[in-house]
Design a protein around this ligand. Sequence first.
Ligand code: PA5
Length: 449
Amino acid sequence: MANLKLSTQFTDKFISDSLINTQFSNASKAKDTLLSMTGKGNEYLGWVKLPSSISSSELTKIREAAEIIQSHSQFLVVVGIGGSYLGARAVIEALSSPFQNLEVPKKGVRILYAGHHLDSDYHAQLLAFLETKEFSVNVISKSGTTTEPAIAFRLLLSLLERKYGKEGVKNRVFSTTDASKGALKKLSDDYHFPTFTIPDDVGGRYSILTPVGLLPIAAAGFSINKLVEGAKNMEAELSKDSLPKENPACVYASYRNALYSLGKKTEVMVSYSPSLAYFIEWWKQLYGESEGKDKKGIFPAGVLFTTDLHSMGQYLQEGERNLFETVIQIETPKYDLYMTEKTEDLDGLNYLAGKKLSEVSDQAVLGTLIAHSDGEVPCLQIKIPRLSEEILGELMYFYEFACGISGYMLGVNPFDQPGVEDYKNNMFALLGKKGYEARRKEILDNFGN
Ligand code: PA5
């Protein structure tokens, strides 16, 4: 039985029974389309049964690679962009201490990231930092041709070759890419790097349970078996024959689409824990790339409360009423703190003495839910008991499945991303890449140089 609970208590007053019932019926059809693989983009549905079909030998192979990395490295640099790093980073940062990267580890491996942008300062400083450290690289690209990770990898490979020699890099580079296509596959074969394959039928943003996500997570010291187990429980829960109102993915997709039809064009994902900052980034990509097409789609945004209540709170309470919130609530923190009593109550906080910090936070959550829904911002709540590999596995699979349903309800193909190519084509043309001459001329004629 899944741990996740979805509450619509702070949304129901905005949606009529007939509207939500229509959406439930649409969600049920969309779920059937997804499971029968008869909808748009059905060649990319390999993720649907991934949790229940991933073999224990595949998991063992990934854990063994992680152990090699842990045996000789202090740092693992994960090189990838979009779906090729966000899932791993979401899990690793949700489960790690926010302060662990301040120290070089005596034991275990810290994960660093590269190739997710083109900032020269970042990459120069990363290379300078790694100069004196023991490190490995996991380069991840499904297409094997994405510019940002390819550039970062070229820079890192040069440093690795200088530090460890051509032979030495062979057990310090782990590549994750397509089975046969792309420059990264060819390069990995030429160098004899251990290589993991991304299945053809799994797109980048749905790839957390392939080696894309699993190798970095295992190297960071977390249990990939538990992550997969959680996802498997959620797969069973969501795929079973049930009424849409009893299926949390159908409920989430129905409420999102109902709210969208009422003009709520932005969904703000809210977490009260900064450890979910990258989880929100992962979710933003999943929903933004899946639904934002054909001039349609809810814009996915994210905030961290209570921090952002002091920056975005005013807008959320009283600005344009075109948004709704989805609040992820972690019911029990990993560690709790008690407020103590002071003889002189100089800060005026003695009224909190004896309370846990988490109780204070819970009241901030409730107070904000009441305030925002009073301010005409519908708020959905997703409650999870705690942060763990198993629960993150459940949560991520839940969001993937709901995204497929929601995208079909919207009438788009949730599994392609044609719009991502446009900036790349212009960048290649401007940089003088072979094959982009006509586009280069067009740009220069219109915009000069
Ligand atoms: O979800 C997607 O497909 C994209 O975000 C890709 O993950 C991203 O563009 C990186 O692509 P690649 O893995 O081919 O380098």
